[in-house]
Design a protein around this ligand. Structure first.
Ligand SMILES: Cc1cc2nc3c(=O)[nH]c(=O)nc-3n(C[C@H](O)[C@H](O)[C@H](O)COP(=O)(O)OP(=O)(O)OC[C@H]3O[C@@H](n4cnc5c(N)ncnc54)[C@H](O)[C@@H]3O)c2cc1C
Length: 315
């Protein structure tokens, strides 16, 4: 049976959905251990038990968050060695992928990113070349490091809860030279996190500087707001919202693309969405090639009508 190590970074009082997806996937592959960074709250401990986690390891050093990723990779490598893990799972965030790369070097392990599913034998499925191909790949090394894209696994608690015991793993000194000197909390938008959201409403140059209709539809749906690079470069919305090759990769259940042409660099970040709805006034726009549902129309007509109808039905 495979031994699976799942990296959970600072879960706080309760785990994010993407973490629950990692725990569910880990359980389907074998015996799971959580490598935790940060406090083990009562809420997180209860969720680990509920999701069938066999054991928890914690780092000896408490200052991993004072540095960029190097000490986290060193900790995970030590945790993988201590637990005899064959598979290490991380989230697919930029930080998750960077830790995975460093971990791959430390463990001489194959690294597979942008994973959307893993077979019981460890074969990973991923979407590549801006989503034009699906590939199946398997690391040829004894240990594989996989980063899972959010919204591809349905979180399911274990049939029977466990009582995971926590042990400590020594973090080797890495001589990290880049220390974090300041942090600034982002003003909370009240909307879900873009990379985790089940629904994303994204606007492009067609919004012509006014993201109001995108935000209104997003709020009616409980969705996150995304954007094309044209919109973020124009300063209409923050760069955090950019979806695509040089922005965030999202894989929601529903992606509503509004006034976006569907350039390959935009597709790279959203083509694995389950259902894509495109609103564009140009019937020849390439976005319609990947859309499951297309609406040829003006965003300023279509989006407000959709938001009003959704609000009406919700009561
Ligand atoms: C190295 C590199 C990396 C890149 N990375 C990214 C990335 O991460 N993400 C990204 O998005 N792009 C990225 N780009 C840019 C990308 O190539 C496109 O330029 C960009 O995606 C275009 O944004 P857009 O679709 O909003 O604008 P446009 O291509 O100008 O399309 C606007 C669309 O809106 C429609 N429209 C206009 N008005 C309306 C209206 N009133 N109602 C309905 N429809 C309307 C038009 O018909 C058109 O289809 C990258 C480019 C490069 C070279």
């Amino acid at each position: 049976m495979a031994k699976v190590l799942v990296f959970i970074d600072n879960p706080g009082a309760s785990l994010k959905k993407s973490s629950l997806e990692l725990l569910t996937l880990a359980r389907s592959l074998g015996e799971s251990t959580v490598a935790l960074n940060g406090d083990l709250s009562d809420g997180a401990a209860a969720t680990f038990a509920e999701y069938g986690v066999g054991s928890i390891v914690r780092p000896s050093a408490q200052d991993l968050d004072d540095f960029l990723v190097a000490p986290k990779a060193a900790y995970l490598a030590a945790a993988a060695e201590a637990t005899g893990a064959n598979i290490v799972l991380l989230d697919n965030s930029p930080e998750g992928k960077e830790i995975a790369a460093r971990l791959g070097i430390r463990l001489s392990a194959g690294v597979i990113t942008d994973v959307v599913a893993v077979d019981p034998d460890g074969t990973a499925h991923k979407s590549v070349l801006a989503g034009s191909y699906n590939t199946a790949c398997k690391a040829t090394t004894p240990v594989s490091v996989l980063t899972l894209k959010a919204n591809n696994v349905t979180p399911v608690p274990a049939p029977a809860a466990t009582t995971p015991q926590a042990t400590t793993v020594e973090v080797p000194a890495v001589g990290a030279t880049a220390r974090i000197t300041a942090r600034e909390q982002k003003v909370a938008s009240g909307r879900p996190d873009l990379t985790d959201a089940r629904i994303v409403v994204a606007g492009g140059r067609g919004m012509d500087g006014d993201f109001g209709p995108v935000e209104e539809l997003a709020d009616a749906l409980g969705a996150a707001v995304g954007a094309s690079r044209a919109a973020t470069d124009a300063g209409w919305i923050s760069h955090d919202a950019q979806v695509g090759q040089t922005g965030k990769t999202v894989s929601p259940q529903l992606y509503i693309s509004a006034g976006i042409s569907g350039a390959i660099q935009q597709k790279a970040g959203m083509q694995t969405s389950k259902v894509i709805v495109a609103v564009n006034k140009d019937a020849e726009s390439p976005v319609f090639e990947i859309a499951d549902f297309g609406i040829i129309g003006d965003v300023f007509d279509v989006l407000p009508q959709a938001a009003a109808e959704i609000k009406k039905r919700k009561g």
